[in-house]
Design a binder for this molecule. Structure first.
Ligand SMILES: C[S@@+](CC[C@H](N)C(=O)[O-])C[C@H]1O[C@@H](n2cnc3c(N)ncnc32)[C@H](O)[C@@H]1O
Length: 248
């Protein structure tokens, strides 16, 4: 065995890895790859990402997730319906999408659902509570309604719906959905939202799950896998941690 292979095996055995050509790698939030990621340099993407960073304030770098969300939203413009996000916080991803798509020229409606003050504890399972979801939410997602309002003030036809999902879903009239983004970091309200909107999603419309394949968010994956069997859809699991569903 070559010495290089031996060293690699020892390092792997210890639970680590070696990445060749690291200077060319994309390395963010558990996704390390040498594959092409030149979307990051595309001027329209770079500017949208910069706007999102301003809106999201102390947000860790999530370029590839943003790329996926923008791509999905852009494809969703081919079908009829509103854009909906549940789990908005200060609006990092939605502002990136709106800037990229030149939202005010589209004539679409967007509904943004959030408590704007963190996870609703009563909706967490015991398992999610044990996983420390409430403490995580406390550290990351405090009161942000006024900031979020300001972040979307330049965009037309955007409605912020404040309060715990799923209770707030029926407070607005949404009959057709083109794009649904679920990012509430807990299973029960996301599953309830999916049940609520699934019959309203246009054929060819999209549901993007932010946490589906994320390590540490397994209860959401299990819940969505089970709902997928029940409702008959399939989920593309992505190395970004996201899951993507296209409505048949
Ligand atoms: C990960 S953050 C969302 C990040 C956002 N998508 C972005 O692009 O910045 C999760 C958000 O879900 C919200 N949330 C969690 N559970 C909720 C619930 N049951 N109803 C409404 N909002 C909820 C939290 O308040 C928090 O703002």
């Amino acid at each position: 065995m070559k010495i290089k292979t031996m060293i690699k095996k020892v390092i792997n055995f210890a639970g680590y890895g070696i990445c060749e050509n690291y200077h060319h790698c994309y390395d963010q939030e558990g996704l390390l790859t040498v594959h092409n990621h030149d979307f990051m340099q595309e001027p329209r993407f770079a500017e949208s990402y910069r706007r999102a960073e301003i809106a999201g304030e102390e947000q860790p770098s999530i370029h590839w997730r943003t790329h996926v969300a923008i791509w999905t939203a852009q494809q969703a413009l081919r079908v009829e319906g509103d854009f909906v996000e549940c789990g908005v916080c200060k609006g990092f991803l939605s502002t990136a999408i709106m800037h990229y798509l030149d939202w005010n020229k589209l004539g679409r409606r967007c509904f943004l659902f959030d408590t704007f003050r963190g996870i609703e504890e009563s909706l967490l399972s015991d398992e999610e509570k044990k996983m420390g979801r409430m403490a995580f939410s406390g550290r990351r997602y405090g009161e942000c309604f006024e900031t979020t309002k300001k972040n979307f003030s330049g965009y037309k036809d955007v409605q912020l719906v404040r309060g715990p999902v799923p209770d707030t879903l029926a407070t607005v009239e949404i009959s057709r959905v083109a794009y649904l983004h679920l990012d509430m970091n807990c299973a029960a309200p996301e599953i309830a939202t999916m049940r609520h909107f699934w019959p309203k999603i246009s054929p060819g419309g999209f549901v993007l799950l932010d946490d589906y394949a994320f390590r540490g968010f397994e209860p959401q994956k299990r819940a969505f896998d089970s709902l997928a069997s029940e409702l008959g859809f399939s989920i593309l699991s992505m190395p970004t941690g996201q899951g993507l569903i296209v409505h048949p």
